[in-house]
Structures are given as structure tokens and as C-alpha cells.
Design a protein around this ligand. Structure first.
Ligand SMILES: C[S@@+](CC[C@H](N)C(=O)[O-])C[C@H]1O[C@@H](n2cnc3c(N)ncnc32)[C@H](O)[C@@H]1O
Length: 311
């Protein structure tokens, strides 16, 4: 299967994850298997790599690429359920896990998936094609206030209320069926002189917000990161690549809290809460792509890698 995706921060991820022969690893966002191919090469022939993705296309592409190896298992599922998915396979401890969050280029560039504001496709945006909720259902059925909240919370869109209002006026006249219909609503909501001054496409934030809502990308993330660290053996590492500030903030705060979970007042002479550090942050402010990678792959521009190590 044709699956176009250039892996982001590949060498840096390998450096911080530090996979070794005999180790057990999880790639929670398998995609086309770009990161996985390198992790697998490092942990084989005595280790194992479990690759999770909720997208059937990703599972097919990665299975085609890596499925011949007895050290690789592809799992169609949600990494939010990593504990259960591994327990079902008798795995209770791992040596490292990678999360390369967000959508793949394959998902963005396959017009029929409805992730892109270029082109004209049904408003879908589901990563897991078995799921029933689509972007079309949100824009056509959900209350105006809820749509405005999504655009504001998940897109940091200043024009959220106005876009939600235009969406609701538009849908009263007929269904908002396609990505181009939605772009027209955004264009009608944001004054032209403001749109002209914007660096990227003015529908970018609206599409990001709807994608996050459809795929419930943010709310379960903190618990998923805690579960991942919970699965790590001492010295095991969690690496997370994010592509926007909302998810990066969650990763940064969760890793910091795992490093310093104490909830005692800062001036308390001794700790009485009993919460002990479980991990150590390895990457400080995070690792960003270098100029060479950005020249090769402009989609990497907002990427940031954070890593922590289980104590
Ligand atoms: C950025 S791509 C990963 C690309 C991959 N690292 C590579 O090098 O080919 C993100 C992938 O994660 C998947 N994904 C996103 N959130 C997920 C989740 N909660 N559970 C499982 N898969 C998820 C998407 O379907 C997509 O295939």
C-alpha cells in the first residue's frame, strides 16, 4: 500500500528512546512504521516491538513493511488503552514507548478522509474508520455554544463564536456536507482583511479543533501518559512528539508532575503528602527539528520531542 509519511525527529527519537536488542518497546502511533522500522531494527532479534494505531490504513501499511519480522506485532487500537492492549498479550512491563501524536501525512493527503482544508471531501476526520462520530455530525448537529467551545479550546480560534454562528446559519439553509463548505463558513466569519494578513490558511485552527474533538485527542492524554510511564521498567523511557502547543503543554506538565509529584505547600519543612518522583525529565525544554530537517520536511516545523525516564 502507498503510504506517504516522512518520520519527524527520527534520529533524535532514536537517541532518547535508546532501544536495545532484547528490549520490549511500544510505538503507540505506528503510522507508516517509519519510527517503528528503526526501533525494530534495534531491538531485534531478541526483543519485541508492539505497534499500535487506530487507523486501518496505518495498520495495513506498517504490516506490509514490518510484518515479516517475528519481533513485531501490529495492534489496531487506541494507545489510550495501552495497558489493556498489552495485558491481552501477556505484557506487563516494557522498556520504552514512543508517541508521535496527531495525524500522518497519509491521513492529511488522502482527500476522502476529510482532514484537509484543501480540496472538497466529505467532513469525516475520523482516525478510526469504525468510529461513528464524524466532523460532519459535529458541525451539523451539535449546539452552537458547543461548537464555539471546541473551536476556542482546541483551535485557540479568536473568531470561534462568529464561526460557530455562521456554521449554524449555514446549516439552517442546508447540510454542511464537505470540507469546502466548512472553509466557506470560516471565510464568511473572518473578515477578508484579517484573513489576508494571516500566515497560514484561516481554516487551519477550525480544522485542527474539529479533528481533536472527533478523535478525542486531548482529554485522555494525561492518563495515557501516566499509564505509559506506569508500564515502564526502571530506566525505561517514554518519548512523545507533539505538533501544537495544547498537546505539548499536557506532555510537559505531566512529565514534570511525574518528576515532582509532591503536593505539600512549598514552604513545608518536610514532605507529608508521601508522593514520590516516578520519572526524570530528560529533555528540558524539549527537542526541536534542526534546519536540515525543516528544509527537507516543512511539516516538522511545529514538532517538539520530550522524553522522560522511569526511576
Ligand atoms: C504522526 S503519525 C505517526 C507516524 C509514524 N511515527 C511514522 O514514522 O510513520 C500519527 C499516527 O498515530 C495514529 N494515532 C493518533 N492518535 C492515536 C491514538 N490515540 N491511538 C492510536 N493511534 C493514534 C494516527 O492514526 C496516525 O497514523
Amino acid at each position: 500500500m502507498e503510504f506517504e509519511h516522512v518520520s519527524v525527529l527520527l534520529e533524535e527519537t532514536l537517541q532518547w528512546l535508546a532501544p536495545r536488542d532484547g528490549g520490549v518497546y511500544v510505538d503507540g502511533t505506528l503510522g507508516g512504521g517509519g519510527h517503528s522500522a528503526r526501533i525494530l531494527a534495534a531491538c531485534a532479534p531478541h526483543g519485541h516491538l508492539y505497534g499500535i494505531d487506530r487507523d486501518a490504513d496505518a495498520i495495513a501499511a506498517a504490516t506490509e513493511r514490518l510484518g515479516d519480522s517475528p519481533c513485531f506485532t501490529a495492534i489496531r487500537g487506541n494507545f489510550h488503552d495501552v495497558r489493556e492492549l498489552l495485558a491481552q498479550r501477556g505484557v506487563e512491563q516494557i522498556d520504552g514507548m514512543l508517541l508521535d501524536l496527531g495525524v500522518s501525512s497519509h491521513q492529511l493527503d488522502t482527500e476522502s478522509r476529510g482532514f484537509s482544508y484543501h480540496g472538497d471531501a466529505p467532513l469525516d476526520m475520523r482516525m478510526d474508520q469504525r468510529q461513528t462520530l464524524t466532523a460532519g455530525e459535529i458541525v451539523n448537529m451539535w449546539p452552537e455554544r458547543e461548537i464555539a467551545r471546541i473551536l476556542s479550546d482546541y483551535g485557540e480560534e479568536k473568531w470561534a463564536a462568529r464561526i460557530a454562528q455562521i456554521i449554524c446559519e449555514h446549516r439552517a439553509r442546508g447540510t454542511i456536507a464537505t470540507t469546502a463548505d466548512l472553509v466557506r463558513c470560516v471565510d464568511a466569519a473572518i473578515p477578508k482583511k484579517i484573513r489576508m494578513r494571516e500566515e497560514g490558511h484561516s481554516a487551519r485552527r477550525t480544522f485542527q479543533a474539529l479533528r481533536i474533538a472527533v478523535n478525542d485527542e486531548l482529554a485522555p492524554l494525561t492518563r495515557a501518559l501516566e499509564d505509559a510511564v506506569g508500564l515502564l521498567a526502571p530506566g525505561g523511557r517514554l518519548c512523545v512528539i507533539t505538533f501544537h502547543s495544547l498537546e505539548d503543554r499536557i506532555v510537559k506538565h505531566t512529565m514534570r508532575r511525574l518528576q515532582n509529584p509532591c503536593t505539600c505547600p512549598p514552604k513545608a519543612p518536610v514532605c507529608t503528602c508521601g508522593k514520590r518522583p516516578v520519572a526524570r525529565v530528560l529533555t528540558g525544554g524539549g527537542v526541536q527539528p534542526g534546519a536540515q530537517e525543516l528544509a527537507r520536511n516543512p511539516r516538522a516545523r511545529s514538532a517538539r520531542l520530550r522524553a522522560c525516564e522511569k526511576l
